[in-house]
Ligand binder design. Structure first.
Ligand code: FES
Length: 130
């Protein structure tokens, strides 16, 4: 059975090589963000965490592509990632990768799917209840 799908945004909010859309996730015990971008016509999802230093990539919200629109770039020290795989292809992230988040585009909407590490953010009352 397909695991839970969580809506992110409408398909037309994520243009080819354009701004990405961030969404809240919990990565392990930390509340952070994931993001989606569109590259080669396909929506790609990643945890918004650089492989160099674990901080968010976008210097301005949603700005993940560098100027050519061919690579994702971390704004802090310029790590460059391939948008179709998340693999580091230049800069201080060498050998690392972005963490993939499974995303699905269906009926003009984009959804993400939790896994064993990337989970929905719990509301405070849910956290204290366990
Ligand atoms: S934190 Fe991303 S390149 Fe250094």
């Amino acid at each position: 059975m397909e695991d839970k799908l969580i809506p992110i945004c409408a398909s037309d909010a994520v243009a080819e090589g354009g701004k990405g859309v961030r969404f809240a996730v919990a990565a392990g015990s930390y509340d952070t963000t994931g993001f989606v971008v569109r590259y080669d016509g396909v929506v790609r999802g990643y945890l918004n965490r650089c492989a160099h230093v674990p901080i968010e990539l976008d210097w301005a919200e949603g700005e993940f592509f560098e100027s050519s629109g061919l690579y994702l770039m971390c704004s802090t020290h310029g790590a460059i990632y391939a948008p179709d795989s998340g693999r580091c292809v230049g800069g201080p992230c060498r050998g690392g990768s972005l963490r993939v988040i499974k995303v699905i585009e269906r009926d003009q909407h984009i959804y993400w799917q939790p896994d064993e590490f990337i989970r929905p953010v719990q509301k405070p009352e849910q956290k204290s209840a366990t």
